[in-house]
Write a protein that binds this ligand. Structure first.
Ligand code: ACO
Length: 176
């Protein structure tokens, strides 16, 4: 198993992995937008194939937040003081998944750590955010228990099917 930075030729493999593992799917140009804008932040886990190639079995796709409205995880719309706080550079994990046969081997944690390290080293990120379904026990364990993210708030009906999301955040104290 190998973990390396994602390249543009990996985008179809990442999209395939995403389609197999998550209901939140994206058009190819969304992957391209991440790869071209923040190439340092997305990673793939690969295994060798019989024909000498490689197959993508996991990925993390991440970005630097570029929308000031998302400063400090969408402040309360009535909180004028929070809205006016200076913009803090921070990363966002857009999507992470690992093919079923390759789960519980530490791949997602490694992919996430690589991306988070690049956020601080390349872009000076002060923290990283993400959203996760309230019912997603595996991902919650990964974020909260393994990687020490905190739940900041519940976003009601965040997902298309009406499920609530936890908005989570990890402040970068020192590199980890
Ligand atoms: N139940 C409980 N704990 C779990 C589970 C599970 N099903 N799966 C993993 N964990 C724990 C591991 O034991 C490990 O804990 P430890 O650090 O205490 O040893 C920790 O989570 C990390 O495990 P990894 O092996 O690194 O995780 P894995 O490679 O299996 O990937 C993932 C976890 C990405 C959630 C995987 O289950 C998956 O692809 N699920 C479907 C897609 C998904 O839900 N993605 C996240 C959506 S949210 C978002 O993308 C921002």
């Amino acid at each position: 198993m190998n973990i390396r930075q994602a390249r543009t030729e990996d985008l179809l493999g990442m999209q395939n992995c995403n389609l197999s593992n998550l209901p939140e799917n994206y058009v190819l140009k969304f992957y391209l937008y991440h790869a071209l804008s923040w190439p340092q932040l997305s990673y793939v886990a690969t295994v060798p194939t019989d024909d000498g190639g490689e197959k993508i079995v996991g990925y993390v796709m991440a970005k630097m937040e570029d929308d000031p409205a998302n400063n400090a995880i969408q402040p309360d719309e009535n909180d004028e003081a929070a809205k006016n706080e200076p913009f803090v550079p921070h990363g966002h994990i857009t999507s992470v998944s690992v093919m079923r046969t390759y789960r519980r081997m530490g791949l997602a944690a490694k992919l996430m750590r690589q991306s988070m390290r690049a956020m601080t080293e390349c872009f000076g990120a002060k923290y990283v955010s993400l959203h996760v379904r309230e019912s997603n026990k595996a991902a919650l364990h990964l974020y909260r228990d393994s990687l020490k993210y905190e739940v900041m708030k519940v976003e009601k009906k965040y997902y298309m099917d009406g499920e609530d999301a936890y908005a989570m955040k990890k402040v970068f104290v020192h590199e980890d």
